[in-house]
Write a protein that binds this ligand. Structure first.
Ligand code: DAK
Length: 262
């Protein structure tokens, strides 16, 4: 897969997607979003069996993604803005609903749409140089890629309002303390730490992870009863997989299971 604005590299079951517009601090234009849509769709369809974990990061060492591309957005009318928002929502839903975990490696600025991409990922880790935030109100708009709603769910209503109203940048340690990201690593170690986490997840039963992701994602907005029903269905379904047989057999025989994703 080759793209103009993304670098896509595969190592075994792990795919690293790097936003690659360093001159604009990896700002998200429509063409980058369309490329990400096409890349994620391909990983979910044609490369489903080979893909267990995806890592998202930014090129240039200074930014993950510094937001939606303001030069492109500045000329939008109402219809363009709506179309752009729909594209952004589609792409972020592809991340949130992917059958594999997506990890954000925040190696610099993650602002506006960049922070929203991170919020759609399963796990987020940051370098000690990262700065996060939702500065859209400074531009006379609000987060447009689902950020307001995902932010509330991540850090709570009051904290989300403080972040969106105030537009202030949050450093990595504060982001960790308020639950926006999981861990902070020294800048030069971020890549190897995140790769280690991805390898750890890639060794687990992929269909079980996929169901755990689906049930936690969908169940979050359901009633407790409906969410428990989703869990019961997924639990039952997994007993029809080779991985369940292999996992339990390996436990009883005190060996390490090799999961096939079947
Ligand atoms: N868009 C376009 N270009 C950007 C950019 C961005 N978001 N961020 C940085 N750049 C460009 C700069 O213009 C500059 O380009 P040149 O001047 O060199 O040509 C280059 O990247 C380097 O940036 P700086 O020179 O500014 O670098 P500094 O280190 O001094 O500052 C910074 C870094 C990240 C603090 C600063 O660049 C900055 O404040 N950037 C903008 C951050 C921001 O406001 N991000 C949020 C964007 S708004 C919606 C859909 C989506 C959204 C909203 C609504 N609907 C459809 C309803 C989402 C909105 C956003 O994400």
């Amino acid at each position: 897969m080759t793209y103009e604005n993304l670098l896509v590299e595969r190592e075994g079951f792990i795919v690293k997607i790097t936003f690659n517009r360093p001159k604009t601090l990896n700002a998200l234009n429509s063409s980058t979003l369309r490329e990400l849509e096409s890349c994620l769709t391909r990983l979910r369809r044609e490369e489903k069996d080979q893909t267990r974990v995806v890592i998202l990061t930014g090129a240039g060492g200074k930014a993950f993604v510094a937001g939606a591309d303001i030069s492109e957005m500045s000329s939008f009318g109402v219809d363009d803005a709506r179309e752009f928002a729909e594209l952004g929502h589609r792409v972020l839903d592809l991340i949130a609903e992917a059958p594999f975990p997506v990890i954000a490696a925040i190696n610099g600025f993650a602002l506006g749409g960049g922070c929203e991409i991170m919020l759609a990922c399963d796990l987020a880790y940051a370098s000690d140089r990262a700065k996060l935030g939702q500065p859209e109100v400074n531009l006379g708009v609000i987060p447009g890629f689902g950020g307001t709603q995902r932010l509330i769910r991540r850090v709570g209503l009051a904290r989300a309002r403080e972040i969106v109203y105030g537009c202030d940048m949050i450093d990595a340690e504060k982001a960790r303390d308020i639950g926006l990201i999981l861990e902070v690593f020294p800048h030069d170690e971020l890549e190897s730490k995140v790769t280690g986490i991805a390898q750890h997840l890639a060794s687990k039963a992929p269909l079980a992870i996929s169901q755990a992701k689906r049930v936690t994602e969908k169940g979050y907005d359901e009633s407790l009863w409906a969410a428990h029903e989703l869990e019961r269905q997924a639990f039952g379904l997994l007993f029809g997989t080779e991985d369940q047989t292999a996992g339990m057999k390996s436990f009883l025989e005190k060996t390490k299971a090799e999961f096939k994703g079947r």
